[in-house]
Ligand binder design. Sequence first.
Ligand SMILES: Nc1ncnc2c1ncn2[C@@H]1O[C@H](COP(=O)(O)OP(=O)(O)OP(=O)(O)O)[C@@H](O)[C@H]1O
Ligand SMILES: O=C(O)C1=C[C@@H](O)[C@@H](O)[C@H](O)C1
Length: 306
Amino acid sequence: MEAGAALSLQSCSWIGYEKAGRKSGGFLLFSRGCGEEKRFQTLGLRDSRSRVALVRSRHLESKVSCSHKKAGASSAESQSFNVAADEALILKRKAEDITSSLNGHCIYLVGMMGSGKTTVGKILSEVLGYSFIDSDKLVEQAVGVPSVAQIFKEYSEAFFRDNESKVLRDLSTMHRLVVATGGGAVIRPVNWKYMKQGMTVWLDVPLEALARRIAAVGTASRPLLHQEPGDPYTKAFVRLSTLSEKRGKAYANADARVCLQTIAEKQGHDDVSSLTPTAIAIEALLKIESFLTEKASIGRSPYLQG
Ligand SMILES: Nc1ncnc2c1ncn2[C@@H]1O[C@H](COP(=O)(O)OP(=O)(O)OP(=O)(O)O)[C@@H](O)[C@H]1O
Ligand SMILES: O=C(O)C1=C[C@@H](O)[C@@H](O)[C@H](O)C1
């Protein structure tokens, strides 16, 4: 039971996993179940202040959710509503926890094509109050060509890489950005010098999931995947496998690794496809927090002045 029920963020609806009682006013009250300690740990809420705040916020927001719930909503609908609200709240709390130690430093998301750098990056930027930047788009603007695929075709990959390095160099002097980097940005050591001015986070996604995501939208916008013969899934999978073998070590230079397979296992799922982008963003914040805490514990708080 326990793997799925106790540890799952996906199934941690307030109603389902806190023991809930109903008051005459229709509001929910929570009592602490025996699995709560474990859940707090899973959510990365180790100190009592965060825990109290989360429980209080859940209580308050549950009043709002209950008073707005449609009378005819199915239990599946209300459970997924609660899961989404729960995740959003945890995300917000975690962002508040790390804001001061991050001290305005940029976050660079690295990972293979389709790993979710854009999707997760937008969520992180919003919750941290940062701006979101896609480095591929900056290269397109700098070159004056509307797509990366066209830059590869009209110029060359090397030309694209040179411009990508220039863009990363320029970004390295800035603050309060979440940057979705190009999938191949990790292969040039100089790019690491630029990205390490901030915090680097690797979104590590199994190849099958990447190929599935990319096949769903087609390979046309991803020039490195488009040349292979075959159906979109096979094209993507074959090429991504080769790229991943070449780049695996480079991605591992990142300060933090967000491994989707590990999150899925923690939540009791076999497959990463059940993970929401918000759950992945939460894990990213937890990993960022661990990195900052570890550095601070050895007297090397990377981003605090003084
Ligand atoms: N957690 C997720 N679950 C399911 N699909 C997702 C998830 N995250 C992203 N996707 C989908 O996968 C595709 C690729 O996502 P996204 O554009 O965020 O990746 P990326 O790393 O920025 O890709 P690229 O480097 O190729 O630009 C999109 O269609 C997106 O909707
Ligand atoms: O993985 C890669 O090498 C690439 C990823 C994309 O984001 C683009 O930067 C470009 O298509 C190259």
